[in-house]
Design a protein. Structure first.
Length: 436
């Protein structure tokens, strides 16, 4: 093992009574829940960026973390970083990982050199994957950090940036395809605007739509079988994001005829920034038929920005995985921890412990969700609430040929005077609490 994680043993399942913070209390990968094991249900992934790129800086202070691969500005350091990353994946026993191009290779002096370095690192990681390392849940391109993207990538007013963006995404899709990635993600971190005073909104949306269409076309051209995912986010860094939430993304996909080609990667922190709950966004994605994958984290509810903390609420996780299970579970997607340490958590063991805790919270939430579905704890009361719509008369109101004036006449003839019924929210909350 590399020196960074040299003193840390692989994490074992200790059971609910374990007091060791470096053991799993709830995540038992081989435990069977229905027709899948816990590992198959959750499909955990570790992200490259927060764990191996972020230096612990914030808007008011610089680097706090000291890693042996920092600043990773040479290929030798990039490979050392990969060595340590794959050691961490092995210690945690995760089946997947995720990365941006910028995470795994230093940027070159030219576009071509950057591509060459990415391909070299893909070969290096591919060898580790072939030798028992985890699989790639998804790859993506960083098109938000470099100053060239300050006005967007595909939405940029400069066509040269659009072309640079196209080349970057093509290269990343090729690498994702080569490494067997099960998804390719597009996060439009700068795809939006700061002010309408200098923005041609119609043009930018058309550029973004055409770009996404070309991504889908290229997917089919190279025979890539994975899913294309968009990750919604309402703000930060760009004030007005074009991919605000799941519903907004769906409207965009419908406009360009891509609703059957592109799905969403939903993040809890982004849902909260949009004024929604995580389960709301997951339910919308399921209902609209575009559910793909999730980024698991949480926000600080006292802060107004995306703090990317590790999940620690079993009840929130239970409601999230309830929606995942109702969607039929993950297909190409999985649970990626898009989460980072607090900048005071300096030790190598902190990186491991954070994921251990997050994985346990998700496992506990999954077990609760699975039990609620098996017992029809929520679906029973929900079905009873909507039972009236199962009658022939109610179904006729929604059938082809029904008219507004016809329904009105029937209501008047019957002398309808419906009375409200309790939604029983508090009872249902008590039921959920019983399971978690």
């Amino acid at each position: 093992m590399s020196r960074y994680f040299a003193d840390i043993e692989p994490i074992a399942f200790g059971g609910p009574d374990s007091t060791d913070p470096m053991s799993f209390r709830h995540y038992n990968p081989s435990e069977q829940l229905g027709d899948k094991t816990m590992a198959e249900h959750l499909k955990f992934a570790v992200c490259y960026w927060h764990n191996f790129v972020w230096e612990g800086n914030d808007p008011f202070g610089g680097q706090t973390f000291e890693r042996p691969w920092f600043p990773a500005d040479t290929m030798a350091l990039a490979k050392q970083k990969a060595d340590d990353a794959f050691d961490m994946f092995r210690i945690l026993g995760v089946p997947y990982f995720c990365f941006h191009d910028h995470d795994v290779r230093p940027e070159g002096d030219s576009l071509q050199e950057s591509h060459k370095r990415l391909n070299e690192m893909a070969d290096y990681m591919g060898e580790k994957m072939a030798n028992g390392g985890p699989k790639l849940l998804w790859g993506t391109a960083n098109m938000f950090s470099n100053r060239r993207y300050m006005s967007g990538a595909s939405t940029n007013p400069d066509p040269d940036v659009f072309a640079y963006c196209a080349s970057t995404v093509k290269s990343c899709m090729d690498v994702t395809h080569r490494l067997g990635g099960e998804n390719y993600v597009l996060w439009g971190g700068r795809e939006g605007y700061e002010t309408l005073l200098n923005t041609n909104l119609d043009r930018e949306l058309e550029q973004m739509g055409r770009f996404l269409s070309m991504v889908v076309e290229y997917k089919h051209k190279i025979g890539y079988k994975g899913a294309i995912l968009i990750e919604p986010k309402p703000q930060e860094p760009t004030k007005h994001q074009y991919d605000y939430d799941v519903a907004t993304v769906y409207g965009f996909l419908k406009r360009f005829g891509l609703e059957n080609e592109v799905q969403v990667n939903v993040e809890q922190g982004h849902a909260i920034l949009a004024g929604h709950s995580f389960e709301h966004e997951l339910a919308m994605a399921r209902t609209l038929g575009i559910f793909g994958s999730i980024d698991m984290n949480r926000n600080d509810y006292q802060s107004g920005w995306d703090t990317d903390q590790f999940p620690n609420s079993p009840s929130e996780a239970a409601l999230a995985y309830y929606e995942v299970l109702k969607a039929g579970g993950f297909k190409t997607g999985g649970t990626n921890f898009d989460a980072k340490l607090r900048r005071q958590s300096l030790d190598a063991s902190d990186l491991i412990a954070a994921h251990v805790g997050g994985m346990d919270v998700c496992a506990r939430g999954l077990k609760s969700a699975h039990a609620m579905i098996a017992d029809e704890a929520l679906e029973g009361p929900r079905g009873a609430r909507y039972a009236g719509w199962e009658t022939d008369a109610a179904k006729a109101m929604l059938a082809e040929g029904a008219t507004l004036d016809g329904i009105a006449a029937a209501a008047e003839a019957a002398g309808l005077n419906p009375q409200p019924m309790s939604g029983q929210q508090e009872k249902l909350e008590n039921i959920v609490n019983r399971y978690v």
